[in-house]
Design a protein around this ligand. Sequence first.
Ligand code: PEP
Ligand code: MN
Length: 340
Amino acid sequence: MMVVMTPEATQAEIDAVVAKLEARGVHAKVMPGELTTAIGAIGDPEGVRELGLEGLSGVDQVIPISRPYKLASSELSHHEPTEFDVDGRRVGGRDTFCLIAGPCTVETPEQTRTVARTVAAAGASMLRGGAFKPRTSPFSFQGLGYEGLEILAEVRAETGLPLVSELTSAQHADRLAEVVDVVQVGARNMQNYGLLEVVGKLGKPVLLKRGLSSTLDELLMAADYVLKEGNEHVALCERGIRTFETATRFTLDLGAVPWLKLHTHLPVIVDPSHASGDRRLVGPLSRAAAAAGADGIIVEVHDDPEAALCDGPHQIYAKDFAAFAAEVAAHAQLLGKRLA
Ligand code: PEP
Ligand code: MN
């Protein structure tokens, strides 16, 4: 933290701040400037915050200078970029690009199987599919629940594709974790801190989506909730945020990709489907995500999107998926990455 004094602050007021910091065990470094004096407080930022230095006379501002996220930060002890395997499929590898594809929601065994076979044949490394859907309205289709998990398990056995599926409530955690390979935390639950702790304890890789109106700092602090439970296999997902723009369903924040690459060691996946809400945009945005350095994308695919129970307008036609995947792979290759 940095304590900035007012231009009129006296030496006695500066000494009082230093004394208060040192009494708390925080190292204080006084930096006199031309107009004002700043005092660097080197130590536990929470402890410094609790001192309430803003209330002392002669103090103008107390400014945090270290990052609010700890475990997710690339600044801290944590070393090399995080990479991990999901049943042999690399996530976050320097030279691998992870293509996750599948329907928005599991509807029938046939639909799930057809899409899974299509995406597997085109090089997808994992199958996505929701059994529990976080719908904005309680009257919308909520997913097949446990029946959906059973369908996913059958399709996994048939195709060998590892599964990514969303957990919406702690009460389903154990059964979901028995079936899926990667537990997704959806945008609406990014700030459900109790759920994040439950997910952190499951011992499964986690795909953590950015909240609809969450900053990147908040995303990384949410990741800290999972990481602090000892689960280091966390991938982040940029899925579009709310802005003043209404032409697209959300605004895909592609700047988040290189920013996250600078500030965290965790892999970054992009979801162009929910971001755009329009399948015609999914190809260009997926290619842009790959070229911007994302570690992978997660896209929705359906054999008959017009009849889909959820998110029909942005699900790619299964028949178009192979061409789509080839173009994305070509863009990932610009950065030396091949499909995982
Ligand atoms: C999903 O991936 O199925 C989903 C609901 O996405 P989001 O949480 O990003 O809206
Ligand atoms: Mn969807």
